[in-house]
Write a protein that binds this ligand. Structure first.
Ligand code: ADQ
Length: 458
């Protein structure tokens, strides 16, 4: 790689050793290439300074900046998580269009660009992550930055129809065109992005697949994110997951693991599990649903309602089906350590992953990686998770169809060993081959190619 790698993400792993597939993968790249990781510190202070705190990473630098209470509200909770998140998850109806939030979002991006620009070099490769920083390349260009800038959108690309509901819709294409590479999770997302540009004055799709808009030329490509599958196997084998549960010996385990978010389809999942229990034949072994769903973004209104709704549905299903020794839905509201999570996946007969809309969904991949290939569990996967493009051997369901999901549970729990093994083998091949290291390498190779092509043109 030619220049330094510069990473920008909302948070930097400044509080202890990096954990989680993406963070570890970015950490490894930076350690290998050298470079700088920029992001917020997590501290909210009254008058944040217009400068970075410097922390040492392992072979690279971290630069963090604080947010003011108004910035935390307008930039993070407001525009990023109450406008762009619902917009991208087909929930334009949940957008909270509060006057002023966009201005704060814009000003945080401008402030960051102003602080970053003096530290950047023309041969740097800047890799910006996620919807908190959609305007950042445009802001950096305005500061005179000429380096190659890539972006990765971890969540779905918004539908053209929904984008019309965004007051800043006219700015969206310009934000994208200020990057050199706009990375998306899936082919479906690329198609949605191209559709947006097809209808746009001044935009043209060139023969090599790149887009030209006014004086800019950039590429839109898909890079399906993966997990650190090898690490996950080790974690899954570290503990016997069933020993952590107070389960009857023949009790079957269905597992769901999600942040508590309206995009994850949790209420329908519980209702489908209830329908499955209604149709159950009495002599069949019991199946329980273990749902691990730590609350997130509790300061955002839409998130406060989900917890109540879910507790209501779980209470109803449990009220109808529990007996003295059995609670069919066990619902845990907090994060669990990764090795515990991995061991629970391995102990499960079914991974129940049913989002209404999801960029990729790493839980589906983690579930597959954690299985014992000799006796694997079955993955039930929503047709609306980005992961579905690579995981066709799962049982694919429509998360709006309660009956179909209930039927899929029945099918999964009755699936013969050879079919489980065949499906698992096909899924595992993809999960191990297209892991997170492959993802970072493919993205960075593409950025390097673009940077070489740009240099040849000048
Ligand atoms: P998320 O919406 O957070 O990510 P997902 O891809 O499923 O969704 O990743 C969640 C991660 O958090 C997984 O690694 C999971 O193990 C972990 N996790 C969830 N609940 C947990 C719990 N209770 N305890 C411990 N760990 C837990 C966004 C996009 C996704 C995209 C990813 C990565 O919304 O679509 O796949 O980024 O690009």
């Amino acid at each position: 790689m030619m220049g330094r790698l510069i990473v920008v993400s909302n948070r930097v792993p400044s509080d202890g050793p990096p954990s989680g597939g993406l963070v570890v993968a970015l950490h490894d790249c930076l350690k290998h290439n050298g470079g700088v990781w920029f992001g917020t510190s997590g501290d909210i202070v009254e008058d944040p300074e217009d400068s970075f705190a410097e922390l040492s990473g392992d072979g690279y630098k971290m630069r963090t900046f604080d947010l003011s209470p108004a910035e935390q509200q307008g930039y993070y909770l407001g525009y990023a998580n109450s406008v762009l998140w619902p917009l991208c998850h087909r929930r334009a109806d949940l957008m909270a269009l509060n006057a002023g939030d966009y201005d704060v979002y814009d000003s945080v991006n401008r402030r960051l660009a102003r602080m970053m620009a003096p530290e950047l070099r023309p041969d740097d490769h800047i890799w910006i992550h996620d919807y908190h920083f959609l305007p950042l390349a445009a802001c950096l260009r305005a500061e005179g930055v000429t380096a190659t800038i890539g972006y990765f959108h971890h969540i779905p690309f918004p539908a053209t129809h929904d984008l019309m509901a965004l007051p800043q819709r006219d700015l969206f294409a310009g934000w994208m065109a200020s990057f050199d590479l706009f990375g998306l999770q899936t082919q479906r997302d690329v198609a949605a992005a191209l559709e947006m540009f097809r209808g746009l004055n001044g935009a043209e799709q060139l023969r090599d697949g790149s887009i030209s808009l006014n004086d800019r030329r950039f590429e839109i490509r898909s890079f399906p994110i993966g997990i650190d599958a090898d690490a996950f196997v080790k974690e899954a084998q570290s503990t016997d997951g069933r020993s952590l549960l107070n389960f009857a010996p023949d009790e079957r385990l269905v597992i769901g693991v999600d942040r508590l978010d309206y995009s994850k389809g949790l209420d329908n999942r519980f209702r489908a599990f209830g329908r499955f229990l209604e149709n159950r034949i009495v002599d069949e072994p019991r199946a329980s649903l273990l749902q691990i769903a730590p609350p997130t973004r509790e300061d955002v209104d839409a998130y406060q309602q989900i917890r109540d709704a879910l507790e209501g549905t779980a209470g109803k299903v449990n009220g109808e089906h529990s007996d003295l020794g059995w609670t069919p839905i066990r619902y845990i509201h907090h994060a669990v350590p990764r090795d515990t999570l991995a061991a629970l996946y391995r102990a499960a007969d079914v991974g129940f992953v049913t989002p209404f809309c999801d960029g990729m969904n790493l839980v589906a991949k983690e579930f597959v990686a954690a299985q014992d290939p000799a006796d694997p569990g079955v993955l039930i996967l929503s047709q609306f998770a980005g992961a579905v493009e690579q995981m066709a051997s799962a049982l694919i369901v429509n998360p709006y169809d309660i009956g179909e999901m209930a039927q899929a549970l029945k099918q999964a729990l009755a699936m013969p060993l050879h079919e489980r093994q065949d499906r698992h083998e096909a899924l595992a091949r993809g999960v191990f081959r297209n892991d997170v290291a492959h993802w970072t390498q493919t993205y960075l190779d593409t950025m390097a190619r673009i940077s070489t092509e740009r240099a040849a043109l000048t």
